[in-house]
Design a protein. Structure first.
Ligand code: C5P
Length: 234
């Protein structure tokens, strides 16, 4: 299991500072909406120059033509993982898979993993009820969306680690699970709802865990990352 640290900052210098502080403990970094919108793509070049792997978390959700063109453009940045929303529909997912493959073969680019966001970890069963989504639970709905993602040729999904087991059991162990909503025992849950500890995520079979504030908001982010790694490896 790999740890992805979420660089949720509004300033590229703060992001670089965090990466330098954490050092060799973490290899994967997530560039999400806040950092990308405020700083642009240069953070990706910088992370690559530091030999880090990049998850570009822009969660594209639009009509098939627009979403697939955005995915192709993202592939040119050299990101290792990119994502789209599974709720954008099967046609959108299929077109994104197709265009990504075409763009990578045309330009001889390494193909990034294309991952589908299912139900955000900040939502729970109450959201499904409020939105009249006729499913039993977040887990059931996540599995349905993950099944569509697999059918459309995506490499895996973003979900809570609470759903990793059911996804792997139903869709195969090589279908990748990227799981945010990670909180070490006793940490502040903040706006997340479907949370899991790093150690439990490992036991549940997550391939990647995404950790933001438990590292970025810590007084000593390097120490926070070290403690999480220690907890996982114990
Ligand atoms: O600070 P925290 O650990 O809650 O950060 C989690 C990160 O993962 C955020 O950058 C958030 O955008 C992202 N994320 C999420 N839930 C998803 C997909 C991405 O929390 N389903």
């Amino acid at each position: 299991m790999e740890i992805i640290a979420a660089l949720d900052f509004d300033d590229i210098n703060k992001a670089k500072e965090l990466v330098k502080k954490v050092g060799s403990n973490i290899f994967y970094y997530k560039v999400g909406l806040e950092l990308f919108v405020s700083s642009g793509p240069s953070i990706i070049d910088w992370l690559k120059s530091e030999n880090k792997k990049v998850f570009l978390d822009l969660k594209f959700h639009d009509i098939p033509n627009t979403a697939s063109r955005a995915v192709s453009a993202a592939a040119n940045y050299g990101a290792d993982i990119i994502n789209i929303h599974t709720q954008g529909g099967k046609q959108m997912m299929q077109k994104c898979v197709e265009e990504l493959q075409n763009e990578c073969s045309r330009k001889n680019l390494a193909k990034p993993l294309l991952i589908g966001v299912t139900v955000l970890t900040s939502l729970d069963d109450n959201h499904l009820i409020e939105y009249s989504i006729n499913d039993f639970s977040a887990a059931g709905y996540v599995l349905k969306l993950a099944g569509f993602a697999k059918e459309c040729g995506l490499d895996g999904v973003v979900s809570s680690a609470k759903e990793t087991k059911i996804i792997k059991e139903n869709l195969g162990s090589d279908f990748i699970t990227v799981t945010p909503g990670i909180r070490p025992a006793g940490a502040d849950i903040t706006d997340q709802k479907r949370v899991v500890t790093p150690k439990d995520a490992l036991h549940l079979g997550s391939d990647y865990i995404v950790i933001g504030r438990p590292i970025t908001a810590a007084k000593d982010p390097a120490y926070a990352a070290e403690l999480i790694l220690k907890e996982i490896n114990e």
